[in-house]
Every structure is written in C-alpha cells, then in structure tokens.
Design a protein around this ligand. Sequence first.
Ligand SMILES: [Zn+2]
Length: 597
Amino acid sequence: MVNFIPQEKIVEIQHATDIIQIISEYVHLKQNGRNFIGLCPFHSEKTPSFTVNPEKKLFKCFGCGEGGTVFNFIMKQEDMDFVEAVKLVASKSHIDLSHLHNQKGAFSLAEKTRLISINDFVAKCYHKILLKSEQGRFARDYLQKRQINDQSIKNFCLGYAPDSWDTLIKICNERNISNKLLEKAGLIIPKKDRNSYYDRFRNRLMFPIFDARKQVIGFGGRALDDSLPKYLNSPETVLFNKSNVLYGIDIAKSTILKQRRVILMEGYTDVIMAYQNGIEWSVAVMGTSISKQHLKQLRQYCNQVILLLDSDVAGWKSSDRNLDIFIEEEFDVKIAHLPKDYDPCDFLVAEGAEKFLSYVNNAKDFFSFKVEMAASKWDMSTIHGKANAINDVLSTAMKMPDVIERNLQIKRIAEEMSIDEPALRIHLKKFNKQAPFLQNKQDIRHQLDASFMAQRELLYLMLSYNELIPKVVEEIGLEEFSNNNLFKIAEKIVELYHKNSVVKEEGVLHVLDDAQLNKTLMDIITTKEFQNITNQNERLEACIHFFKKRNTKKERRQTKEKTLQSIKVGSNEEDIIVLLNEFHKKNKHIHILKNKS
Ligand SMILES: [Zn+2]
C-alpha cells in the first residue's frame, strides 16, 4: 500500500467521516437497529444483506462477503487505489489535504484529473469532426457501410482524426493546452529535434476508451486507408494501461451486474454492434491476453464469462493466450464459437441478435474446449500423444482452487477423454509431484476445524478487548495461529498494540495490504456469535484451555512414539522408564483438563 498520506491523517479522516452519509450516495440505506442496511452494490440481490455499522465505521455484505472501512468501499465502488480513495473521502468530508501536495505522488492525482479532462475534450473534438466536417465524410461512409448507426456513434462517442499532422495540436493550443500535457496524454509525438510535435492519430476512426467511471483514459484509432497498424492505440500513460482496459465496461456494467455474466470479445466494433442489437452486456479486451486486472474488474460485476472467439480452435491453439487464468481466478468460463470467417460484428449484421445469442447461450464448457484443443494439438492415436494431451488438460484442472470442484472436473475429464478414472488418478498422483497444489482455499477447508474457529475467536477477543492481548501472547503465543492468514493478522494486532497500546479494527484494516487478509478480518469482526460475547474473560480461558489440551495431546503422542522407538532399538531400561513416566504424566494432565471442561 502506498503510504504517502500519513497514518495519523488517515485515522483523522476516518474519524471525521460520516460513513452512512458517504455510502448513502451510492446505496439506499435504511436504519435497522444499530445498523443500516441496503441492497449490496457489489452483487445482485433482492433482499438487503449489505450492512453498515456507523459506530464501528465499517460495512459488510453478508451475501458476497465484501466489507471494510469507508476507504475500502470507495476503492471498490469507484475502482480507485487506496490513496485516491482516501483523498476522495477527505474531499467529501471537507478535510483539506492541500498541505500534502508537495509530497511524492500527491501530484499524480492532480495530473490524472488534468489528463482526463484533456482526453474528454479531445474525444468531443474528434466526435464533432466526424459528425459535422467535410473531412469526416469518408469515416461517416465507412460507419454506414459497416451499419453502425447514429445512436451508436453517439453512445460510444466515435470520432474522426483528420488526415493532418497538426489539427489536434492547433485546436488544443488555442485552448491553452500545452504540448507537454498532450504528449503525456499520448495524443501527440515529439519530432526528432524535440522542439516540435505532430498528431499521433491521423486519418483514423477514433474510439475513445472509457473506464468504468466513464472517464476517457485513452483512444483506439482504426486506419481508414492502408496505414499500419490497422488499429493504433494510445501508448501507456498514467491513465492508460492496456492490460486494464475493458472496452465498453462503462456502458455495459449495470447490465452485466444484473445478468451476472459478460460476453468477452476482441473488437471495439463487436461491442458496439452487440449493444446496437440490444445485447448490452459485452466488453472487449484490447488485443492483449487476458490479465488478472481484467478479471479483478469483472469480478465486481459477475462470475460468468462467455468468451466469444472468432478464430477456430486451431487459431487459438497457436495463440499463447493464457485462458487458465479464468480457472485460477475461479470464474465460470464458457467458450462460444461463431461460424468460420465471421467476426461478431459481421455476424450480428448478417444474422441478427437472436442467432447470435443462440451461439452465446450454447457456449461450450471450458474443459470440453480444453480437451478439444489438446486433442488437436497432439496425435491422439499414439500413447505418447494421448499422455501429453492428458497432461495439458490436467495442468489446467490442477489450477482449480476448490478441491471439490477439481475432483468433479477430473471425473468429467476422464469421461470426455475416455480414460479409466482410477488410471487417471494414478497419473494425477505422479503429476502432482511436479505441480504443487494451489492453497488459496485454505480458509474454507479449515472453516469447520475447531482449531481454526478458536484462532478466529482469539483474534476477535484481542481486537475487541485489547487488555486481553498480553495474556494471549503469554499463555498461547502467536505460534498457535497455525492458519497463515490468521497468523499475519495476529502479528499485526500485537505489533500495533505494542506501538500504540490500543488497537482498533480499522487500524488493522489500514495496515493489511492484502485483499484476502482484509476479507478474513472482516469476516471475523462481523461473525454473529462473536458479537454476542459478553463474558470475554471466560471465552479467553476456554480458548487457552483448548490449545493447552491440544498441545498436551500432541506431546503425549510424541512421547509415546519416542518410548516405542526406544523399546524397539533397545535403549537402556532407565531411559525407557523416564519416558514412560513422562507419558503417564501427560495422560494425567489430559484427564485433569478433560474434567475441567
Ligand atoms: Zn454483496
């Protein structure tokens, strides 16, 4: 986490902020006892499970698990980073941060805002040139030929960059927009002498690229002559990062959220034509492979992705796109193929929305696609080829974080590849030794585990009753936090406690720089059974008792093993007697502990 806003300032902002007022700007909240509830903006629901607690200044959705401080809310809602979110909250709460402006990074937000307004202005200029000017005629004809109508041109703010070296420079200079800023926005390019510039986009149909907040972050330009590349994009700027861009997300996000699914395509015009045909839940990635950032964005709206490919399997086989990333990120992904030689835009024009949707709705399951790809890649008539194909598919299956789903999938793969399931599992064992399992689902697997529950309760007690922290450290020790995430949180709590002698939930949330940890902590804070705790001292004793009992059992087991081992190797009698006594003592201890509980 970037930390150029001092921690004290962040705490001050949070104290001064009315979380109810801020979240109410986005969610209709109703009071319900001490809490406020509403329909969650992060998942689709009919009965409210989104809860805001004004005393603790925290929110939590019991439907999708999102939760955190007002900053976490703004980060997610506005798709901002932490510092941007803190600044936005500060400005909403009328807290002046101007004295921080000289510090590193603070400028970047001001610069970003400036570049966005320049992009916005330029998008409108290109749009006007397309619609109104003589120069734009050829582009208008092109759009008409491709059957993109006036409403779509307006909806997507399409434009035209004239066939000239300095049209944009002149327009902007008249408006006192400096060449330096235009260069930073990626709109103009310095000549070799670096004293003068020329327009980047010339004789191109312009597609402004909006982020989810409907801000123009960059442009794509399609050549209207033989110029190469056919599609020219903005270079990387402070605003524009190709592996982040989902073209059309601004216009499609609310429908995607309602449908809980999205069609992922490859071209601007595909998205535009889909929208024009009433299919308002598609986006496009920009030529690059699909990245984690793309999926992080999409996860806010849906969990099913339908990939619409215009090339056939052979084409995809040769591309190095990493589709396994959907599996790693636990998306339900399906693959749809249009008939050969059609891209989605042409297909929609030729065949219409209904037929298009029938392809989308009959999208193939990802693993069937994977099997098909593997089968076309290897020679399935040889044992060697078949083994390689199996490895290909298994390597994807092994990336599924959920054990149960993974097992079901392996069963299905055996069926689809006509392999005896036990044989496949034996093969898998060998395979496993090479590829380590993913562990992200650790929490879920441990949820029913008593030790895991006790560790969670301890964290709750430590946070809610700071005075218990020294006792936890002394009597149990942090090493008892065997769950890695819980250990990290415990460590932070103790660290903050030693530093400030008080530690609050939001304080810990501010220093956890990992979304998963954040979520784990929010789950603990909002666990109903914990909130009803009134006898914290007794609860702590119970936890201590639990760990002691468990440890004594473990020690007894170890002593027993040691004793048996000694007898086996023929150690001298005295040693064995010492060990047996020890074992007896451990046994007695367990009885005492048992009677106590
Ligand atoms: Zn939710």
